[in-house]
Design a protein around this ligand. Structure first.
Ligand code: BDR
Ligand code: CA
Length: 315
């Protein structure tokens, strides 16, 4: 089995990423850790617990509450995309399973250090929990098998500002710490999400037509973000950055093109807060001309094209 830990601000698409992991018999989901983000913190915790139950796995996967605030910035949510409760205002009752008392940061460290070289992490929220975990135990970067991050862009067209994607915008300091921490890591950007992360209306209809408890859950929870992407982004379908990231992590054959890149995050800019700088590498000529442009070593694999049809089939 593939050992997995998912760090999530559970609302909307986060729940579908959890479903992919929870319903895959080859995945051993060791922990779900919760970070502030999409909706109020306690609601993100409840949404994760409810999703575990909706997947038929109640009591089997622990949910650990983590950081309630970004490191230095004011918190920001995305209730305007996912509804006040993050689940398109389905207002589900509290799940039977309750959150763990151990903190998410300790759960991340303990899970990774207990199984060196085995645990894949999917980070699909602002990166506060992961950054704090690295600060408390830097050895997790080497000990983790792989870190998948949903965040940033590789063309500077964001979804919060023109420069930045939500997860990196909300806690840019945390994102900067994590991308530079030395993980073996892959980045799935908002740029890719807008292309290969789209499930079309016709495909959504096909999922709804399955009419199983899980497909009904999916369709109900997806309602608000579908309306948002149709009205505001003029896309005939809904956008699934977190689920696409999870799909690629679970099935590497969905990665069609990727490139090792130098990735960093802007923390000092105002217009560019949370901008992700993604470059193939600094050209040696440019480095000769300007000593500030020292040649850099790639620190992440950036996904440049994923298999959209394969992703939709998995969903
Ligand atoms: C990311 O931001 C959140 O709103 C989504 O859950 C996803 O992780 C997309 O920018
Ligand atoms: Ca998310």
């Amino acid at each position: 089995a593939m050992r997995l830990l998912i760090d999530t601000d559970t609302a909307g698409d986060d729940a579908f990423s959890l479903l992919l992991a929870l319903r895959n018999p080859k995945v051993q989901l060791d922990a779900i850790t919760i970070c502030h983000g999409n909706v109020t913190f306690d609601q993100c915790v409840e949404n994760a617990l409810y999703t575990v139950e909706a997947a038929g796995r109640s009591g089997e996967v622990p949910v650990y509450p983590g950081a309630r605030l970004p490191m230095m910035r004011k918190p920001l949510d995305a209730a305007y995309v996912f509804g006040k409760d993050g689940m398109s205002d389905a207002n589900y009752p509290p799940a039977k399973q309750r959150p763990e008392t151990r903190h998410a940061v300790d759960a991340i460290i303990d899970t990774v250090m207990a199984h060196p070289g085995e645990v894949t992490i999917i980070a699909q929220a602002p990166l506060t929990n992961l950054a704090l975990a690295v600060m408390k135990e830097p050895a997790i970067a080497q000990a983790a098998k792989h870190l998948w991050i949903m965040g940033g862009t590789d063309n500077a067209v964001g979804n919060v500002t023109s420069a930045a994607e939500f997860n990196f915008y909300v806690d840019p300091e945390a994102a900067k710490i994590v991308v530079n921490a030395g993980f073996k890591a892959s980045l799935l950007t908002w740029t890719r999400s807008m292309v290969e992360g789209v499930i079309t209306s016709a495909e959504l209809d096909a999922i709804a037509a399955l009419d199983t408890p899980v497909s009904r859950f999916f369709t109900r929870v997806n309602r608000d973000s579908l309306a948002f992407s149709r009205d505001r982004q003029r896309i005939d379908g809904s956008i699934h950055p977190d689920a696409l990231t999870c799909a690629c992590a679970l099935d590497e054959s969905l990665v069609l093109e990727a490139e090792d890149c130098v990735v960093d995050v802007e923390t000092a800019g105002t217009l560019t807060r949370g901008y992700s700088s993604v470059s193939s590498a600094i050209l040696p000529d440019a480095a000769d001309a300007d000593p500030d442009l020292a040649p850099q070593v790639p620190n992440m694999r950036v996904i440049k094209r994923a298999d959209r049809d394969g992703f939709v089939r998995m969903m």
